[in-house]
Design a protein around this ligand. Structure first.
Ligand SMILES: [Zn+2]
Length: 304
């Protein structure tokens, strides 16, 4: 019998398939695979270590469900990569960073392996500290002829780390895992201002709580709007974007639009971008410009 691709648990019309749920005969040929990239790093006294992984997986899942290709069973969401480059958070117990070099190799090997059977590969990145390795690895893989690209999960006005943005999103996605009574305001200076200090002293040297931003006012409702905006942006880049030399998906000849008909509740207040996808948000200070390699490698990257 010809195997029929099926989608993950839940309504087949509502859920795009998760790779982990399938068996090999169910994997469609030339399928688009979305690979969420996260981290295991401190997120202040109130958010769990896997916050970035949870967000990246949620955005990838929602994008998959909205992609036209889903109707042909042509989209899979791979398990999230739970480790990333988080050296800037090394001052906090619990953080586990694999660093830029290892992450670059992991991404390269994932693409080579996925490329044997997948049609197109898009990494959905939830952690800005992964950007330098992603740029290197995806750029190299594109040069080798692989159909691979990456995009971020960025939102307008997002604060850098464990602040209102991520707290709201987690209140929406995983409310039972948020210790809201432990939340404290961190350093709220713009990331562009903080960067030199962060590079020199790491996050702990700048913000002892581990928070860059202020979780005050975070709500699940705001988190829902934020997830919709993240999803709309990623969806647009994946459907209409073109990879640049580093494999970042960029929407050509149009300003980034973060609200679509699918996201009627997206934030309507124009705000400054802080994003891990700086190529699409030139005004944002964000984490993107990867510092040149120096003697103190991983401690230099800052991001969600
Ligand atoms: Zn984060």
């Amino acid at each position: 019998m010809t195997p029929t691709p099926r989608r993950a648990a839940g309504s087949p019309r509502d859920r795009a398939a998760g790779l982990a749920d399938l068996t090999w005969p169910e994997v469609p040929r030339d399928v688009l695979v979305l690979v969420p990239l996260g981290s295991t790093e401190q997120h202040g006294p109130h958010l769990p270590f896997d916050t970035d992984s949870v967000i990246a997986a949620a955005v990838a899942q929602r994008v998959a469900e909205l992609l036209p290709a889903r109707e042909e069973g042509g989209v899979l969401v791979a398990p999230a990569l739970a480790y990333g480059a988080s050296g800037e958070h090394a001052g906090f117990p619990g953080t586990v960073s694999i660093g830029d070099s290892a992450l670059r190799i992991v991404v390269v090997e994932m693409v080579r392996s996925l490329g044997i059977w997948a049609g197109r590969i898009v990494f959905v990145n939830g952690h800005g500290g992964n950007v330098a390795a992603l740029d290197d690895a995806v750029g190299q893989m594109r040069a080798e002829g692989h159909d691979v690209a990456w995009t971020g999960c960025d939102v307008p006005g997002g604060d850098p780390h464990a602040g209102r943005t991520e707290t709201s999103v987690m209140l929406h996605l995983a409310p039972d895992r948020v210790r809201l009574d432990a939340a404290v305001a961190g350093d709220t200076r713009p990331l562009a201002v903080l960067l030199p200090e962060l590079r020199a002293r790491g996050v702990r040297g700048v913000a002892p709580s581990g928070v860059l931003g202020d979780p005050t006012g975070a709500t699940a409702e705001e988190g829902l709007r934020t997830v919709r905006a993240m999803t709309a942006g990623a969806l647009r880049r994946i459907t209409t974007g073109v990879p640049d030399a580093r494999g970042r998906l960029v929407v050509p000849e149009a300003p980034e639009v973060w609200e679509t008909p699918e996201t009627p509740e997206a934030p309507d207040t124009p705000q400054v971008w802080e994003t891990s996808d700086a190529s699409e948000a030139p005004s944002a200070p964000a984490s993107a410009p990867a510092p040149a390699p120096t003697g103190r490698p991983e401690a230099e990257r800052v991001a969600r």
